[in-house]
Design a protein. Structure first.
Lengths: 405, 106, 118
């Protein structure tokens, strides 16, 4: 039973990964511009994440090491410093985008400008980490996160053309505006396959003291958790497609996106959208702040743990505190949240290879994966992901310039 | 300066030259026997490109490449402690010709 | 024993099973004509920053020497204190009392304790 409750770890990872501002933005834009044609990158991203998350959990359960701990262990500091440095910079931008998203959700509800909400949001997130145990993030975020099911309700109520939806599951040629199409593909993949999810999930597994008896539940959690998120992202796309595509609306701000559920659910739709955006972004903020603190502490050998008293793990706490202190300022300065979001997703896509390449080595090394090294399917998926990540890394900046919204 | 303690981590990836100035490879590993109060170094393992090696699944990946006719020409070789001259830690040298070194046995 | 595979960069735990950093470096004595001996494990200080390449390494080391709690001096553990070499390396040291956790304690005393509700 206790193991089944760990499903919440999967769900919260998924929410922070799928229902955060990047996914909502890119899925909405995809629906508005290309109707149902871009469901396939969401599916692709979900499948890749299922495998990567399962591997992170398996690594933690067998070696009792987290992904970053194992990276420093196996490859040394000389290599580790590269993902540490690049991820920290990219993740700061993602964090700023999430703060922007949560602040915007509050603007939708209160009418007060999002720029005033950025600092309170960061402060609130910090307070949750400062006072709350890991269970706060692990259990309560998914609980509140269930509000995001409204996207599925909305999508169904809008009565979309389901056969067109089904067609969208497979890649098709873009009917128009190729650069924008591929720009959105890159954004969706960059928003979905975020390395911080692996650091967060494996650390959660170690905080939960997983061992080899958790391997089956880990598979179950990875599949169910990520599928939940993927389904929600698809629902966002479908709703957006049903509402915005026929009208030829080009989405340029979150205030437009917020209207996507009002057709189906009236003014309730508007408030539920805001609530979903808020909880999705808050979940992401907590996950990202923790992921960086985990990565730094584990890589440098410091004491760490969200379940520990802050006095016992001072440098771990310092990392998330400093990160959250710096996070709101891009938004406060008035930089467009959508622009920050777009850039952060592009850079995530660009730096994916650095985070994923070590994975294929670790998961095939019996020193770290024990008797549970990757099967051939797992390896094929990781190699495919690495190749895809390298391609993304090369095309993402040009596409940002050519096809950017 | 000879005689001063050397940080072992600085030896990693350093290119090692033989007396004629040819490269014998880069230091990838140091093997030692533990005793009561110190580890006694008995061998240095040299390889083509240390970082790449650490990244790959070991020398086997390179030996496979060599069998196929591609791959780096320096194979993994070992240097016994008495053939390694560390009087200049920034430029380690071996005291024998690189052809005299034995391949690494695991 | 393989130094790089088994010791370098591995997690250290102290006599109370607490994390106390990673083995950032090891010191080797090379007495002329004798077998080289690795005598000390080094943690923290500028040991890591010196492993960074070029000016990044020099600049980072200078920062640590200027502002670090121990002014860049690493914490040294003699090999004789090593109790067990496994996935983690256990050493016969009390990290809180020995000065190994100097920067951690500094952060605790000067930052964490100053936050209301600590």
């Amino acid at each position: 039973m206790k193991k089944l409750l760990q499903l919440t770890l999967g769900i919260v990872t998924s929410i922070g990964g799928f229902l955060e501002v990047g996914s909502i933005a890119s899925s909405s834009q995809a629906g508005a511009s290309f109707a149902y044609q871009l469901i396939w990158p969401i599916v692709l991203g979900t499948i890749v994440l299922i495998f990567l998350v399962e591997m992170s959990g398996r690594l933690a359960a067998v070696s009792k090491l987290t992904v970053s701990g194992a990276m420093r262990d196996r490859f040394g500091f000389d290599y580790f410093v590269v993902p540490l440095a690049t991820l920290s910079i990219v993740i700061y931008l993602v964090l700023a985008a999430e703060v922007g998203g949560a602040a915007f959700a509050l603007q939708l509800v209160t009418g007060i400008s999002y720029r005033w909400w950025a600092v309170p949001v960061a402060l609130f997130a910090w307070f949750l980490l400062w006072k709350g145990p890991f269970a706060l993030v692990e259990r309560w975020v998914p609980l509140f996160g269930l509000v995001t099911l409204v996207f599925i309700v909305g999508a169904v109520k809008l009565g979309p053309d389901w056969s067109a939806v089904a067609h969208g599951l497979v890649p098709t040629r873009p009917s128009h505006d190729k650069a924008h199409y591929w720009f959105l593909v890159v954004n969706i993949l960059g928003a979905t396959i975020a390395p911080y999810l692996m650091y967060f999930y494996s650390s959660g597994a170690v905080e939960g003291k997983w061992d080899e008896s958790y391997l089956n539940i880990n598979r179950f959690i990875a599949v169910l958790g990520m599928s939940f998120g993927g389904l929600l992202a698809i629902a966002v796309l479908v709703s957006s497609a049903a509402v915005f595509y026929p009208a030829g609306v080009k989405l340029e701000g979150y205030d437009q996106i917020a209207l996507m559920l009002t057709g189906a659910l009236g003014s309730w739709g508007f408030y539920l959208f805001a609530a979903s955006l808020f909880i999705g972004c808050l979940g992401a903020i907590l996950e990202i702040a923790l992921a960086v603190a985990y990565m730094t502490s584990q890589g440098l050998g410091w004491r760490w743990g969200q379940d520990e008293e802050p006095r016992q793990v001072p440098r771990f706490v310092l990392v998330y505190t400093a990160l959250l202190a710096l996070a709101p300022w891009l938004i406060v300065l008035g930089i467009s949240p959508l622009a920050v979001t777009s850039l952060s997703m592009a850079l995530t896509a660009a730096t994916l290879p650095v985070a994923i390449i070590p994975f294929i080595v670790l998961m095939n090394d019996p020193v770290y994966a024990g008797k549970h090294t990757n099967g051939w399917i797992g390896n094929v998926v990781v190699v495919f992901t690495i190749v895809m990540a390298c391609i993304l890394a090369v095309v993402t900046i040009p596409l940002q310039l050519l096809g950017g919204g | 300066m000879p005689g001063e303690p050397i940080p072992v981590e600085h030896l990693l990836s350093r290119k090692v030259l033989d007396p004629s100035g040819k490269s014998a490879g880069r230091i990838e590993e140091v093997r030692a026997t533990p005793s009561e109060d110190a580890l006694l170094v008995y061998q240095y393992d040299l390889g083509p490109a240390a970082l790449l090696e650490r990244l790959a699944v070991g020398l086997r990946a390179f030996s496979l490449l060599r069998k196929l006719g591609v791959g780096p020409e320096h194979r993994g070789r070992c240097v016994p402690w008495d053939k390694m001259d560390l009087s200049d830690p920034h430029q380690p040298r071996i005291t024998c010709a690189r052809e005299e070194l034995h391949p690494i046995e695991d | 024993m393989h130094i790089v595979r088994d010791l370098l960069d591995k997690q250290l735990i102290d006599v109370n099973w607490q994390h106390m950093g990673r083995i950032d470096g090891l010191t080797m004595d090379v007495p002329p004509g004798e077998q080289p001996r690795i005598t000390t494990l080094c943690v923290g200080g500028t040991v890591l920053t010196r492993r960074l390449p070029g000016f990044v390494g020099r600049w980072a080391s200078a920062l640590v020497e200027r502002y670090g709690v121990r002014r860049g001096v690493p914490f040294r553990i003699p090999w004789s204190k090593v109790m067990r070499v496994d996935r983690v390396i256990r050493v016969d040291v009390n990290s809180d009392e020995s000065g190994a956790m100097a920067s951690s304690h500094w952060v605790r005393d000067h930052i964490i304790d100053r936050i209301p509700g600590a």
